[in-house]
Design a protein around this ligand. Structure first.
Ligand code: ADP
Ligand code: ADP
Length: 232
């Protein structure tokens, strides 16, 4: 479970203080697909950086699996962050490495043996539907295939939370749907908690259970997607 309590984030800028997130309270349940939607500048990226521990809130608590990552540092922060994984709008793949090398990368860093890496990579390749493309380089893949590599890499170390940062914003509508379908399957199969930020209503409607709507740093509405974005 993820719990944000009374979160405010103020950036010091040369033009003075800028409040990017103000008084946010959110609870995201284990195994849930939770969406955060808002226009550019609403505070979504700041929320993601608070959730993955890259940024500390000015006030408030960020509880992830029982640990307040806002008030943790060093080894225990690193340990908490190992349970949190991320996928990106522009995939952030290593361009000089193949599909299987990209997926194996976090396993290598974690010190997993070569033979164990190989079998884990094969499992992940199958999970995301990239069979036959193991030896390809990112430049030889379509956008959707690149995001499949991103997803496989993100899942390599069995995270409990997957953060999706505009993960379908660079994809065409059909590919977007296929990637959302994959995320939905992974959520069901692995019971993984998924938090996604987006500016696209379609993404929220298609896979999220609950949603928070952000405007100018505040959550102005939250609840079940069907209640908040009811068709008239
Ligand atoms: P979104 O992801 O919804 O576009 P952001 O979280 O990126 O929103 O930005 C929210 C507000 O905080 C914006 O006004 C933005 O300019 C400001 N902001 C974001 N990051 C920083 C930063 N590192 N330093 C100063 N201001 C920032
Ligand atoms: P796509 O067209 O699939 O979005 P891009 O070529 O635009 O892929 O690259 C996506 C991201 O990867 C960009 O942020 C870009 O800076 C980075 N990138 C592209 N090529 C390389 C490379 N050879 N090495 C490192 N990063 C790269």
């Amino acid at each position: 479970m993820i719990q944000l309590s009374n979160i405010t984030k103020v950036y010091k800028t040369k033009n003075g203080d800028l409040t990017a997130v103000r008084d946010v309270n959110l609870t995201i349940n284990q195994g849930e697909i939770f969406g955060i939607i808002g226009y550019s500048g609403a505070g979504k990226s700041t929320m993601i950086r608070l959730l993955n521990g890259l940024e500390k809130p000015t006030t408030g608590e960020v509880i992830v699996n029982g640990e307040d990552i806002a008030h943790t540092s060093g080894a225990s922060l690193r340990q908490a962050r190992q349970k949190i994984s991320m996928i990106f709008q522009h995939f952030n793949l290593l361009w000089s490495r193949t599909v299987e090398e990209n997926i194996a990368f976090p396993l290598e860093i974690a010190g997993v043996s070569k033979s164990e890496r190989a079998s884990r990579v094969q499992e992940l390749v199958e999970l995301v539907g990239l069979n036959g493309r193991e030896k390809a380089y990112p430049s030889q893949l379509s956008g959707g295939q690149k995001q499949r590599v991103g997803i496989a890499r993100a899942l390599a170390n069995n995270p409990e939370v997957l953060l999706c940062d505009e993960a379908t914003s660079a994809l065409d509508p059909e590919t977007t749907d296929a990637i959302l379908e994959l995320l939905l399957n992974i959520n069901k199969k692995l019971g993984l908690t998924i938090v996604l930020i987006t500016h696209e209503m379609h993404v929220i409607r298609k896979i999220c259970h609950r949603v928070a709507v952000m405007e100018a740093g505040q959550v102005v509405e939250q609840g079940k997607v069907l209640d908040i974005f009811q068709n008239p």
